[in-house]
Design a protein around this ligand. Structure first.
Ligand code: TYD
Length: 206
């Protein structure tokens, strides 16, 4: 495993992204490879502003939110220290929880998907992932898992929205994922089985 990989993990809320990203980190570390974990929205000022909107501290037009996610992504890619390109250049594998397919999945409920795609074309051109893993979960299961979490009132967490998001993820992989390596994993399976499917997909690209 010579070349540092950029791996994206996408999926509905409750699909197990956090658990699987941690398992992937252990997988790389057990092989003596360093690994940088990252997520969108970022911890940078752009990401903090997005979180405050998701937590309903301020209301903005949905187009503004779509533009903010795209702006946060630019920071995520190009930030000179914590940016994905900088981390890859330093020789670390990078695993990101969410990337541009999340914008196409979630923002397209209220914003023209063609415009969202346009906002994200630079990210796709500059840094498509080596592998995008889609942890696929029926929206009902996502909803059940979210309901068990404390403080579950973020903007996107209703059954209707999750249903739209899953369908939009699938469409986005089709029309925006051209040339990319996208692997769908059944996220209703056990943590171990999902983890093994992920490792198999990673070993295919490594
Ligand atoms: P977060 O609490 O980090 O959720 P998770 O752990 O499920 O990733 O909040 C991220 C939320 O932001 C999530 O509901 C999806 C949403 N989101 C978008 O709407 N568009 C985007 O481009 C991204 C990256 C996330």
């Amino acid at each position: 495993m010579e070349r540092p990989l950029f791996i994206v993990v996408e999926g509905l809320d409750g699909s197990g992204k956090t658990t699987q990203v941690e398992r992937l980190r252990h997988y790389f570390q057990a092989r003596g490879a360093s690994c940088h974990l990252t997520a969108e929205p970022t911890e940078l000022p752009t990401g903090r502003l997005i979180r405050s909107i998701l937590q309903k501290e301020h209301a903005v037009d949905p187009r503004t939110l779509a533009a903010l996610f795209a702006a946060d992504r630019v920071e995520h890619i190009f930030h000179p220290d914590s940016g994905i390109l900088a981390q890859l250049a330093a020789g670390h594998h990078v695993i990101a929880s969410r990337y541009y397919f999340s914008s196409l999945a979630y923002q397209s409920e209220f914003v023209d998907p063609g415009w969202i795609a346009a906002l994200n074309r630079e990210a796709k051109r500059s840094l498509p992932a080596d592998l995008t893993l889609f942890l696929d979960l029926p929206p009902e299961v996502s909803m059940e898992r979210i309901a068990r979490r404390p403080g579950n009132d973020e903007l996107y967490e209703t059954l209707e929205k999750l249903t739209h998001a899953r369908e939009s993820f699938l469409q986005a992989f089709h029309y925006f994922g051209e040339g990319e390596n996208i692997v769908s994993v059944d996220a209703t399976a056990s943590v171990e089985d999902v983890g093994e499917a992920i490792i198999r997909a990673v070993e295919e690209v490594a």
